[in-house]
Write a protein of this length. Structure first.
Length: 133
């Protein structure tokens, strides 16, 4: 029962215990930046409350954005700003979206993550600017 395409993600948390998680480690994010995260969600059971952030480990667990969902059995589009913080070049935080804390069953589809800002870095060796995305 996808919003578009052939499939969608199911985040089942019927008892409210533990969590149900979607992750993506293929995104290349930069430190101290903000990203627009948009997705469609449909609450099948329960209150419907998701969280999203960028994460590597406990030290690089960036601000968790809470997304309350509309519980009417219909698809709704959500859009939030999700920041990264400082992290060194060898760290590669991944995106995550999850259900936690209360009994719920949620469908999620059409997740998009895009930078809200383009940071320019001036290369003092070559004397050129380059875009970081």
């Amino acid at each position: 029962e996808a919003h578009s395409g052939k499939g969608c993600a199911l985040l089942p948390l019927p008892t409210g215990q533990g969590f149900s998680l979607i992750t993506n480690d293929s995104l290349k994010v930069i430190p101290n930046a903000k990203y627009k995260v948009s997705f469609y969600a449909k609450v099948l059971e329960g209150k419907g409350l998701l969280r999203t952030n960028f994460y590597w480990n406990e030290k690089y667990d960036f601000e968790q954005i809470v997304v309350p969902l509309i519980n009417d059995g219909e698809w709704h589009r959500y859009e939030v700003e999700v920041p990264t913080g400082y992290f060194p070049p060898e760290i590669h935080p991944f995106f995550r979206l999850w259900a936690i804390g209360s009994p719920q069953v949620v469908l999620v589809d059409d997740i998009e993550v895009s930078p809200l800002q383009v940071v320019k870095r001036y290369d003092i060796i070559w004397g050129e600017e380059e875009e970081l995305k």
